[in-house]
Write a protein that binds this ligand. Structure first.
Ligand SMILES: [Zn+2]
Ligand SMILES: [Zn+2]
Length: 246
């Protein structure tokens, strides 16, 4: 088995995320746990601090860390991380200060840019979330293949968004044999059609409900259908991303 099974959270998502993508739901939880972890006791763990000092986080996750309400934890982390940045940058800054010609100035600027780009390219939280995502996708396919009850629960759940659906089909060969794979893809196609139709119907009702002729009618739980329609297309995790992030 290539990935660790996470049956409890996946079953939980299928049973409780009845309106939006179960994988988005799991990833929101995963992200919240990671933020809590890095702002929690891990700050006192030397190994974690060394990892943070060298690898750090992406812009999106730095933003969530700053919004986490733990100034001391983030302050301790940022202090040693910034010291490491200063250490790595020392040569480039010295070269910048010693610029004596256009050529040496351009070279020093490039050197500085390379150091700083290297400092920004990693994210410990994105990496941890990717591991979780692989486990959740693998477990979803595995449970579909081994538990009849799960198939029904998945069909009747909030479904899988179009950001995560291709990832689920890519993962399928890892967890299913040849014959099962074809059946899985057939069933998933039918489920996806139904999930899509539900999203279309719900957002349509939201637009209708806003017309005067339907004033006072039951919302049928569609007050947030516009958000769910967007999540269906791109996944909930990507709505608040800054430009440039995949
Ligand atoms: Zn999703
Ligand atoms: Zn990140």
């Amino acid at each position: 088995m290539k990935y660790k099974l996470e049956t409890i959270p996946v079953w939980d998502a299928v049973e409780h995320s009845t309106k939006t993508c179960i994988i988005c739901h799991l990833m929101e939880q995963s992200e919240a746990r990671k933020i809590e972890f890095y702002l929690g006791n891990s700050v006192m763990n030397p190994e974690t601090r060394v990892r943070v000092n060298s690898r750090g986080f992406c812009v999106h996750h730095y933003r969530l860390l700053t919004e986490g309400g733990k100034p001391l934890s983030l302050g301790l982390m940022a202090h040693t991380r910034l010291q490491e940045t200063a250490r790595q940058l020392e040569k480039a800054l010295n070269a910048l200060k010693a610029s004596s010609s256009p050529r040496s100035a351009r070279k020093a600027a490039k050197q500085m840019q390379e150091v700083l780009a290297g400092r920004e390219k990693d994210c410990l939280i994105c990496e941890g979330m990717q591991d979780n995502l692989n486990r959740y996708l693998y477990t979803t396919v595995h449970l579909w293949g081994s538990d009849e009850e799960f198939r029904t629960a998945l069909r009747d759940s909030g479904g899988v968004c179009f950001h995560h659906l291709p990832l689920l089909t890519q993962m399928a060969p890892e967890a299913l044999s040849g014959d099962q794979l074809a059946v899985f893809c057939r069933e998933l196609g039918a489920y996806a059609e139904a999930w899509l139709q539900r999203a279309v119907d719900e957002v349509h009702w939201l637009t209708q409900r806003n017309k005067s002729q339907y004033a006072g009618s039951d919302w049928k739980g569609c007050e947030q259908a516009h958000v769910r329609a967007v999540v269906m297309e791109i996944g909930s995790g990507r709505i608040h991303e800054p430009p440039g992030r995949k």
